[in-house]
Design a protein around this ligand. Structure first.
Ligand code: IVH
Length: 699
């Protein structure tokens, strides 16, 4: 739709006080980023639209105008509040890699004229800084950072923030500083509540936390989370014993004291602060925190490196903007705003009909993202997504990119509803919409070609001579309906097929015979149970040892397998029940249903359960091995899955990410970042040739 140029300029529609607070935060963040490092995600047009929307809302609600509002201020205004801080809430200088970190540390040590005694390395939490004032152990006031000199009083939020108790363990007077944020679960809950209330959602956890913290009198309550990262004497000049301790203790010990008062710190998370004494160890912890980022329940945007000792901090001092004793090691953005161009619907191998977002390409965490997951139709409705929306897209590490939410403030009015399919996009049959995940009523049979092609693939049953055309031909001739039927094909049936000579027939029959002896991990993988790819199938097979044991397992037992959580376990159980006839057919065909090398407990020995899945005493027993780069020498012909199988046959655990817990990295040609990380962490690195020698007996 063309816009009428005589209209008033387009502006963001702001429905209520929550949307207003969020819009103000978005504008403040955008202008801070723009005037800071020039990285704002809002283009000029979007920013102007947003500010016009804010102005319009303020004109109608003068009583709700926030002091931080960018309206009428030069450059969006420095953020201001009316509660002066006892001690300024400063910013942090940034570094963007090991070299810059080393240069920063060197210049600090030159200033101190001695090495820094100890470094505290901790996560940089991606939320809003707040100061929490406690008097005689009671939380009396909560203030945002504002412009660093004065902030906004948000004490109305007290009682809704997990980790920030209304009473401390001791009746002390102290000021705590930390970050208010929303965990993934809190964000989902907040979006659902807001959706039910006014049909919109929050753009991302950070702006949801900002809007929530600052809005009063919302008709629904959204929970927030606090992580403390500092404590100060209150008032600053106080000379009580506690105040003296807070001035003299190392930062790490102050944080232990804070946690002891019942306040949440990152000590309870996988990215706890650690104390180290040299820069190599700082960098190693930085890498560990960065690697843990994708699996965290909350957002981090970097790592903060601080001098631990009060004496070092005092000697380093402050610039007008930031302390000289700390620095933020920034990590690449994991979330950006881009346009939702279209939604594609596809039926997967298991018959699940899933939507996929087509995006205006955007660079995120080192790769260009064009497609992102949208879970299902209900999810699209819940988020109120529309084609043409600006959307926040999240991607970190190896996770599949996902669309987080529409940025409703950036709507122009040209957005259009998303078409929801009425029939299966693959076969045109009906959709079973009885559950959140829609399915073609034909189930796996809908995509029989795709599921059989997958089952016979190189990393599953590895049956050569079965190209897609051949599978289609067999399906069309009603010779097979699933891959188990392949094992019952007779020589005559095969010879009767077009373009199937004697040699091809005999080769195929021989390949089928060989496939019957594949290990359970591959047979299980061939089933195509949702959420169980190659490595998960290997883990399941290693854990249970036999198909009988897998089939007998309930959700609790399945959850014992590493990487299977409470969400996935019941899906696996349900899918296996659905696959019963197929598995029975495979057993009847004589397909192997055991995992070689896995020791099973003697029958009837219920205490022996722990023995299940334990490998024998093998060269890689107890070792976690990461394979990376192109394999050479004796391993050159193996697929990545086959090398991982080799690791497991030799008693090791094949992993994909390098951490301090990794025992060995097999680095082939062009190994890249995993090799570098192994070297930084001091993890043993072997060439494919060296590794092949180590596991020669299992090749
Ligand atoms: S210490 C004098 N530690 O980062 C400032 N800050 O970019 C000392 N932040 O405003 C702050 N996690 O809101 C510190 N572990 C952490 C942090 C952290 C997040 C925030 C904080 C600060 C901003 C500066």
């Amino acid at each position: 739709m063309m816009r009428d140029m005589s209209e008033t300029p387009p502006m963001t529609a702001i429905a209520d006080e929550t949307a207003y607070a969020e819009a103000v935060q978005l504008a403040v963040d955008a202008s801070a980023a723009y005037y800071g490092d020039g990285t704002s995600t809002l283009d000029d047009d979007a920013y102007d639209r947003l500010v016009r929307g804010i102005e319009a809302y303020e004109a109608g609600h003068p009583d709700q105008v926030l002091p931080t509002s960018p309206t009428g201020k030069v450059a969006g205004g420095a953020v201001v509040g009316d509660v002066p801080h006892t001690v300024p809430m400063l910013s942090l200088d940034n570094v963007f890699g090991p070299d810059q970190l080393a240069a920063w540390a060197a210049s600090l040590e030159r200033r101190l004229d001695r090495p820094v005694t100890a470094w505290s390395v901790e996560a940089k939490l991606d939320g809003l800084a707040v100061s929490a004032r406690y008097r005689r152990g009671r939380l009396v006031q909560l203030v945002t950072r504002g412009d660093g000199q004065a902030g906004e009083d948000v004490s109305h939020s007290i009682g809704t923030i997990v980790g920030l108790p209304e009473r401390l363990a001791e009746p002390v007077t102290v000021e705590l500083r930390g970050e208010v944020m929303m965990t993934t679960a809190q964000f989902a809950d907040a979006c659902a509540k807001r959706q039910a209330h006014d049909g919109t959602t929050f753009a991302n956890p950070r702006s949801a936390a900002a809007g929530t913290l600052r809005t009063k009198d919302r008709p629904y309550v959204c929970e927030l989370t606090f992580f403390g990262y500092g404590a100060l004497p209150l008032p600053p000049g106080d000379d009580s014993p506690l105040a003296v301790r807070l001035r003299e203790l190392p930062h790490s010990q102050i944080m232990e004291w804070v946690a002891g008062q019942g306040v949440q710190t990152t000590a309870v998370t996988p990215v706890a602060g650690v104390l180290v004494s040299d820069l190599a160890a700082v960098q190693a912890r930085v890498e560990e925190i960065a690697a843990a980022r994708a699996d965290l329940e909350f957002g981090i945007d970097g790592i903060v490196v601080k001098c631990d000792l009060a004496a070092d901090q005092a000697a380093a001092g402050f610039s007008s903007r930031a302390p000289r004793w700390a620095v933020a090691y920034k990590l690449p953005a994991t979330e950006k705003i881009t346009k939702l161009l279209a939604v594609e619907w596809n039926t997967g191998r298991t018959g699940i009909i899933a939507p996929r977002a087509v995006l205006e390409p955007v660079e995120l965490d080192g790769s260009v993202v064009t497609y992102a997951t949208l879970h299902n139709a209900a999810d699209i409705a819940r988020r109120g997504l529309m084609i043409g929306d600006s959307v926040t897209v999240y991607k970190a590490g190896d996770v599949i990119p996902r669309v987080e939410a529409p940025v409703v403030h950036l709507r122009t009015g040209d957005e259009t509803p998303i078409d929801i399919p009425q029939v299966c996009p693959s076969c045109g049959d009906a959709i079973d919409a009885g559950q959140e995940r829609w399915r073609c009523v034909r189930g796996r049979a809908c995509r029989a070609i795709a599921s059989i092609e997958y089952a016979v693939g190189r990393d599953q049953l590895d049956i050569e001579g079965l190209a897609v055309n051949r599978i289609k031909q067999m399906l069309d001739a009603d010779l097979i309906t699933d891959f188990a039927d392949l094992f019952f094909l007779t020589r005559d049936q095969l010879l009767a097929l077009d373009r199937m000579g004697e040699t091809s027939t005999d080769n195929l029959l021989a390949a089928l015979e060989r496939a019957k002896a594949q290990p359970l991990s591959r047979v299980f993988c061939a089933l195509g149970v949702r959420g169980t790819g190659r490595s998960m199938s290997r883990r399941i097979a290693a854990h249970f040892g036999t198909m009988d044991a897998i089939r007998a397992a309930d959700a609790a037992a399945i959850q014992q397998v590493e990487g299977i959580g409470p969400e996935k376990a019941p899906v696996v159980v349900a899918e296996l029940a659905e696959l019963d006839p197929l598995i029975d057919k495979l057993i009847k065909a004589g397909v192997n249903m055991t995992q070689p090398g896995v020791v099973r407990p003697p029958a009837g020995d219920s205490d022996g359960a722990e023995a299940a899945g334990e490998p024998l005493d093998l060269p890689l027993s107890g070792m976690s091995v990461v394979v990376t780069g192109t394999m050479t020498g004796p391993l050159a012909a193996l697929s990545r899955n086959e090398v991982n199988e080799l690791v497991e046959r030799a008693g090791g655990k094949a992993s994909s990410g390098v951490s301090a817990k990794t025992s060995l990295v097999v680095a082939g040609d062009k190994a890249g970042s995993k090799r570098t990380k192994a070297e930084t962490l001091g993890v043993r690195v072997a060439t494919p040739e060296e590794f092949a020698e180590l596991v020669a007996a299992f090749l």
